[in-house]
Each structure stands twice: as C-alpha cells, then as structure tokens.
Ligand binder design. Structure first.
Ligand SMILES: C[S@@+](CC[C@H](N)C(=O)[O-])C[C@H]1O[C@@H](n2cnc3c(N)ncnc32)[C@H](O)[C@@H]1O
Length: 349
C-alpha cells in the first residue's frame, strides 16, 4: 500500500485496502485480517479454570514501577509534598500525547544528527542528552509504529470479538484519546460511545487530534460485511468529569477501561471495580486491559520514564489481574494477552 496514494482524502482507506498495512510517519495503518480473524492476536491464557481456587499466596503481588518522571520529582522537591493525582494525570496526558503526533522518521534523523554535532564538539553532556533522545525515539518507533503494540488493533479486535451485542451503549472510563471505544464501536456499530476523563486536555487535544483519517476495521450492519470506520462517523459524547460524579444508572452494554485499574492501590481497587459494575445493564460486559508484567514492559517504563511515569503504576500478570476482577464480584468470560496488555471480559456475578 502506498501512503501517497492515500493522502488528501477525507476517508483515505476503503474495503479495497483490506489485508493491507502501511506505516505513516506517526503510526501504523492496520487493515489486515478483515476476513481471516484467526490472525488477530489475542492469546487466550486459559490458565485458570476455577478462579475461586486461586490465591494471592500462589500468584504473588503485581510489580510496582517506582522510577518517576523527572518533572514529577522536580515538582515534588519544589513543593515539598506528593503531587496530587489529578495534576499527575494532567502532566502524563500532555507528555504522552506529544509522542503520538511526532513525525518519527524525521525526528529520529534529526536526533542522530544532533548527537553527531555534539560529538564533533566533544560536548559530552549534550551527547548524553542527545543519545537518550535517540534511544527513546527508536524505542517508540519500534513499540508504537513498527509493532503497533500500544494501539494494537489486531489484538484488541481479537479480544473484543464474539460478544452478543447490537447497537451497544459503550462507556469508556478514563478514556484519554478514546481509541479502544472507537475500535469496539466499529465492530458493534450504530450504538453510542460515552467517553469520560477528568483531564479536559484529553477531550480538547488527545481525542480531538486523534487522526480523522485513521481507519478502524469493523462491521457493516447493513450488509453483514466488514467495513472501514472513521472517528467522525461514530456517535461519540465526551464528558470531562470525575468518574465518581457520573449520573448514570445501569444503562450501558459495555463498560470499558484501558490502563486504569493498575493505577490504584489495593485499598482502592474494589472501588474501581465497582465503577465497572454500577453502570452496566444486566447481561452487559466489563472489558478491562492492564499492562503486562514482562521484561519488555519493564524496559519500556525505564527508558520512557520521563514520558510515562507521573502516576502510581503496577504491572500485572493475567492471574493477578483476574483475581482483582473475580474477588470483586465478576465472573471472567475470557482472559489472556494482547501485545503489551492483559485483557479480560467479565460480567457481574
Ligand atoms: C493511563 S490513562 C489510560 C490509558 C490510555 N489508553 C492512554 O493512552 O493514556 C488513564 C486516564 O484515566 C483518567 N482518569 C484517572 N482517574 C480518573 C477519574 N477518577 N475520573 C476520570 N478520569 C480519570 C486520566 O486522566 C487518564 O487520562
């Protein structure tokens, strides 16, 4: 697939591009597996048959990411107290968003050039700074653009498939840019997405600047065939508020969170699981993902600490995540892995 051929169109990709993939300067377009679902990668862990028999003693506790972003450390030194959680999310969202809008190949080239310029002047302090930025850009290029590990549309499609839903109302808790709710909507279209995040920047920048031309592979309910969906074709409401203030009752078919549960200590996790229950209709699905406890993730949160580490964060294995979900009153229908996250689909018991 040739990028130039797709530039300048409002809706640049169509059914003719099925089974193709393409690298733009900022992200991967992924339209493979329109028909061959087997190639979408959700690895069903199938590890646990009976969650009631599993204990914390057996599985241990999650790994905590302790190294914090320099800006957070500086702020706390200046203010002599812990950074408030909301402030930490504001910092995180601004710093993470910057990376999604980069022209990665050209920034990589520039960073290497800067490094060699400083080297030629034997300015070793600047060389070290430039080298760090070369390493971060290369890691981001690999993790987000080449491997597509952060958005991971193939993994998420495989995780989300097979649910019994028609025109669902989808509630996305801590929605940030809203990616996963848009992937779900594309697969189960014609309902409604309600995104919620208490950092206004998520609505005004992260979601607003999410590319209008990004193609989500989904379903055409009129024809029963696969089709490409775009952000502006979906029915989306974005609410800026604390999840604790939401006025809704049991009215959603899906309550979704991506990278939320691991940011709360064990004392608060029951409340977070309650957020997933209290807005669900009977028969609705809670869908959660959290980052995996694996070596590559530990390396990622070390190298990218100044971009990512403003808030409390745990890395879990799927059994630990499952125990949090099960012990807080959910039956687990599906548990397993996508590229960098664990995924669970559950229903209140
Ligand atoms: C780690 S992010 C979710 C991961 C996301 N996929 C991303 O790319 O950043 C968690 C989001 O939840 C939001 N959040 C955390 N606690 C919240 C609360 N009590 N109410 C509303 N939003 C909350 C934060 O502002 C943040 O944008």
């Amino acid at each position: 697939m040739d990028l130039d051929a797709h530039l300048g169109n409002d809706y640049p990709y169509s059914e003719e591009d099925f089974e193709k993939t393409l690298l733009t300067p900022s992200y991967r377009v992924e339209l493979r597996n329109a028909t061959n679902e087997q190639l979408d990668r959700f690895i069903s862990a199938g590890m646990v048959n009976d969650w009631s028999l599993l204990s914390w003693k057996e599985v241990g506790r999650p790994y905590r990411v302790e190294n914090m972003a320099e800006k957070r450390v500086q702020w706390e030194n200046e203010h002599g107290r812990n950074m408030p959680v909301h402030k930490a999310w504001e910092m995180f969202n601004r710093s993470f968003h910057e990376w999604f809008v980069k022209d990665v190949p050209s920034e990589k080239k520039q960073a290497r050039q800067d490094m060699f310029n400083h080297l030629a002047k034997f300015d070793m302090k600047e060389v070290r700074i430039a080298l760090k930025s070369v390493i971060m850009l290369n890691l981001w290029n690999y993790a987000h653009r080449v491997k597509d590990g952060i958005w991971d549309p193939r993994g998420k499609r495989a995780l989300f498939q097979g649910l019994h839903l028609k025109k669902p109302r989808i509630l996305f808790l801590g929605a940030a840019e809203g990616y996963e709710a848009m992937q779900l909507y594309s697969m189960y279209p014609d309902g409604e997405i309600v995104m919620v995040d208490y950092d206004e920047y998520c609505k005004t920048d992260r979601f607003a600047q999410f590319p209008d031309t990004y193609p989500f592979l989904g379903y055409n309910s009129a024809t029963g065939q696969s089709r490409v969906w775009y952000k502006d074709q979906m029915n989306i409401t974005y609410i800026v508020d604390d999840i604790r203030n939401l006025p809704f009752g049991h009215e959603f078919d899906i309550v979704l969170s991506v990278g939320l549960l691991e940011h709360f200590s064990d004392e608060v996790k029951p409340e977070v699981m309650e957020w997933h229950r209290k807005f669900l209709k009977p028969g609705g699905y809670a869908i959660l993902t959290t980052p995996r406890n694996q070596l590559q993730s530990k390396v990622y949160y070390k190298v990218m600490e100044d971009v990512m580490n403003h808030t409390y964060r745990e890395l879990m294995d799927i059994r630990q995540m499952g125990l949090y979900v099960y012990e807080n009153g959910f039956d687990i229908l599906k548990h397993g892995y996508i590229k960098v996250h664990n995924g669970i689909i559950a229903q209140p018991r």
